[in-house]
Design a protein around this ligand. Structure first.
Ligand SMILES: Nc1ncnc2c1ncn2[C@@H]1O[C@H](COP(=O)(O)OP(=O)(O)OP(=O)(O)O)[C@@H](O)[C@H]1O
Ligand SMILES: [Mg+2]
Length: 340
């Protein structure tokens, strides 16, 4: 009875702890935080200068004393301490007012997270004031967020293309039946653009600009009408800033390799999926989630390479946190998906 009364006041949360972005869902309210997974630190004093948007805004624009860290780069927790600081800071933002009861929390984490990393996430969340912390694998949350019937004896396949990793998972009856994870996703595409511009145009551009280019004219399949973009970088030889134009065709060529790695990961998963589940996937196709799902023409390319129907989850960037939110909303129903 008390539990119920207090439960009414407590604001339970779900979090997508992504390598590029962290999102928080507040029960009964929806998504209340969506910020880059970046922390800025003063190297001399070890003080945290900024977290999230604020930290990302100073990347490439700060002095030598400050470092901007992406603590989850490459899909794993590369830096425990900083990850912990970041989790605490984000949770503190959404739990600003003092609460009567400590909230329950569901966290979506990369698949293949080690037990030490699990412990680190749980401890950080506890220190931030959460209780009853449950971990869910990202592709599981993505599948739930995409509205797939993961509770049924049916093969549901999702391809979550984030910043650090692409995770392919086949899910049936609350469990991951097969998964494949490669450390190639959005970040690799940015780096590929950077290298291409250096090699082919003898220009140096920032990673942030490379990402802009990818979002604006990056494609995985040819467009009906060609597109171009004017960008400014530094000429390698002289160091002088210069503006130049890149085409969609060049950028498609630039990101060809990471795109192919994603296609290969999907094909491998299909090869290794047990036959009955594969038949289900043949019937319904598979779903794309994560920011990488927004690369234009990727669905078309994947369709050409697999002959399967390719669906893009609604608002792919929020699919994981919405799925984790669905789990916190119906904790009992989803009990079997927890990995801790
Ligand atoms: N419109 C777009 N076109 C192409 N790429 C995009 C677009 N919007 C976002 N992205 C890319 O999506 C990636 C971030 O996606 P997302 O937020 O799903 O990753 P994440 O969940 O933080 O990472 P991970 O799942 O690997 O831990 C970034 O690399 C970003 O450049
Ligand atoms: Mg993700």
């Amino acid at each position: 009875m008390f539990e119920r009364l207090f439960g009414y006041f407590s604001k339970d949360l779900a979090m997508d702890l992504g390598t590029a972005n962290t999102l928080i869902y507040l029960k009964g309210k929806g998504i209340v935080l969506n910020e880059p997974s970046v922390v800025a630190i003063n190297q001399d004093t070890h003080q945290v200068i900024a977290v999230g948007h604020e930290a990302r805004n100073i990347i490439g624009r700060h002095g030598q004393r400050i470092v901007t860290i992406r603590p989850l780069k490459d899909g794993v927790i590369a830096d425990f301490e900083v990850t912990s600081v970041m989790i605490k800071s984000f949770l503190a933002k959404v739990l600003r007012r003092r609460q009567l009861v400590r909230p329950k929390l569901v966290v979506a984490v990369p698949t293949g997270i080690t037990s030490v990393e699990k412990r680190a996430v749980i401890e950080a969340a506890e220190q931030a004031g959460a209780r009853q912390i449950h971990l869910v694998e990202e592709p599981m949350a993505a599948a739930i967020g995409a509205g797939l019937p993961i509770d049924q004896p049916f093969g549901n396949m999702v391809v979550d293309i984030g910043g650090g990793t692409t995770e392919v998972a086949v899910i049936s009856m609350f469990a991951v039946a097969y998964s494949e994870s490669v450390r190639v996703a959005g970040d690799e595409a940015n780096e590929a653009i950077l290298r291409y511009v250096q090699r082919e145009r003898q220009m140096i551009i920032s990673e942030i600009l490379a990402e802009h280019v990818k979002m604006k004219i990056g494609t995985a399949a040819p467009l009906d009408l060609p597109e171009t973009m004017e960008i400014t970088g530094k000429e390698i030889l002289t160091g002088i800033p210069k503006t130049f134009t890149v085409t969609d065709e060049e950028i498609r060529e630039a990101i060809k390799e990471p795109i192919l790695s994603i296609v290969e990961a999907v094909k491998r998963a299909l090869e290794k999926t047990p036959p009955d589940l594969a038949a289900d996937i043949h019937e319904k196709g598979f779903w794309l989630a994560g920011g990488g799902a927004l690369i234009r023409g990727l669905d078309k390319l994947l369709n050409q390479c697999t002959s399967l129907k390719v669906n893009i989850a609604d608002d792919p960037l929020t699919a994981v946190v919405r799925g984790a939110g669905e789990v916190i909303d119906h904790l009992e129903h989803y009990r079997q998906v927890f990995i801790n």
